[in-house]
Write a protein that binds this ligand. Sequence first.
Ligand code: ZN
Length: 188
Amino acid sequence: FMASEVLVEKKKLENPPLEIHYLGDRALRYPAKRITKVDAEIRELARQMLQTMYSAEGIGLAAPQVAIHKQLIVIDCEPDNAANPPLILVNPTIKKASRDICVAQEGCLSIPGVYLDVKRPEAIEVSYKDEHGRPKTIAATGLLSRAIQHEMDHLTGVLFVDRVENRLALAQELDKYGFSSQAVQPVA
Ligand code: ZN
């Protein structure tokens, strides 16, 4: 029964299996490598990432956030809904992005406390492999679209704060939560 292999109870663990790295840590800036084989080791990593994500009350986590530079992300936009299965994306690629851009507030488990507006395409189509190496595509809008784009940024060493246009608000928020603006690497 393959689906059970990465089933994870949605709860907070006292000692989550992986350590999340924070803004300022170089680990967040290295690009992730493509996964050549989706095997039991990758499924175990996905399971531990989900446990760590639920423990931190997040809705997404990318492997570089736990200093593992593999193209693996986990997402669950309904962490309080036990019936909603989490998404596990291996080697995700954006196939299409809408011209419609929308603005919404984002946060990140690697930058706790900080929430700021980021512009992103409203809708995307993404191809990836699932936890059994099966090729899949997903069309996403709204929160799921945003979560996937945010997590995929982590795979190239980009953080949401790099995309924040309001520099004053950015500096104030980072300072408020004890992060340095020097750790931001603005995109284009
Ligand atoms: Zn993040």
